[in-house]
Design a protein around this ligand. Structure first.
Ligand code: ZN
Length: 288
């Protein structure tokens, strides 16, 4: 029986782990979340745009660094595809502002969840073309801002609404098309929740590494059964994903960045934040 070679994977230290604030359900003000994440021993945090509403991104960035944390990423883009040209331009403009926030925050990347069919639409090819065009309109600005656009392929169950980019090869192809010379400024997010099932994954991760396109690594677990398409992600160890095995592949591919926990879950959102963070910390160290 073939086993993946994970024995050589170095144990994960919490200093290399980051908490995506969605994991805590956005129930608390970001200032409090920063303190809790730092106190729980993590090395990084990935805020969402909604966390920064009414705040100064640079001030929050300073506060994060003063707490001893790094920013692992900034979530996430407004969907690109639109039913009208005017709305498309507004979506791109909104993402341009978000890149500025990411830069002020000190985030290395801005996560692109690209969207899919506009309401009532059926033209997936057009949605994909709008995504490519929208990213192309932002790439130079992202480069000048020192923020990479981190394209996150989602599980195909979201192809109708959240993302028309549903596999790592598709995301890599888009990176290649938009940045054929490999100047950078665009890479991918490898999120185990979206990609774990794909028979091509090990080879795709190797290729993503060779092409210098792994910008972030997100972890959680896939519960069996999954009862909600969006809000039933599992805590690492509660489902069927070989998180440690995938981490080994990502690191063998050269990735040295944060292991970011991102759990959208009604269950975990109903628990006290300190308990969620403590559980994340334990599972990361013991199982990931
Ligand atoms: Zn993710």
């Amino acid at each position: 029986m073939a086993m993946s070679d994970t024995a050589s994977t170095a144990p994960l230290s919490l200093a290399r782990c980051s908490i995506n604030t969605a994991t805590l359900g956005h129930n608390l003000p970001i200032e409090e979340v920063i303190e809790l994440v730092a106190r729980a021993g993590f090395g990084g945090i990935a805020p969402w745009r909604r966390d920064l509403e009414g705040r100064d991104a640079a001030a929050i960035g300073r506060r994060i660094r003063e707490a001893g944390l790094d920013v692992s990423g900034y979530c996430r883009s407004t969907y690109f595809p639109a039913a009208t040209a005017e709305q498309f331009r507004a979506n791109v403009a909104d993402n341009r502002r978000a890149i500025d926030e990411a830069a002020a925050l000190g985030a290395p990347c801005f996560v692109l969840v690209v969207g899919s069919l506009p309401e009532g639409g059926r033209d997936l090819a057009s949605a994909r073309a709008q995504v490519a065009e929208g990213i192309a309109l932002l790439l130079d600005h992202a480069r000048a801002s020192g923020v990479a656009l981190a394209l996150e392929p989602l599980h195909p169950m979201y192809a109708g609404d959240r993302s028309c980019v549903t596999s790592l090869p598709e995301a890599l192809a888009l990176c290649e098309a938009l940045d054929p010379e490999g100047r950078g400024g665009i890479n991918t997010v490898i999120d185990v929740y979206h990609l774990w099932w794909d028979w091509r994954l090990a080879g795709d991760i190797r290729r993503a590494g060779e092409e210098g396109r792994i910008g972030a690594f997100h972890v959680c677990d896939w519960l069996v059964p999954t009862t909600d398409l969006l809000l039933d992600r599992g805590m690492m160890g509660d489902g069927v994903i070989d998180v440690r095995g995938i981490r080994a592949e990502v690191e063998q591919a050269g990735y040295r960045g944060f292991v970011e926990t991102e759990i959208f879950s009604r269950h975990w959102w109903s628990r006290p934040a300190a308990e969620v963070l403590e559980t994340c910390a334990r599972r990361l160290v013991e199982l990931c």
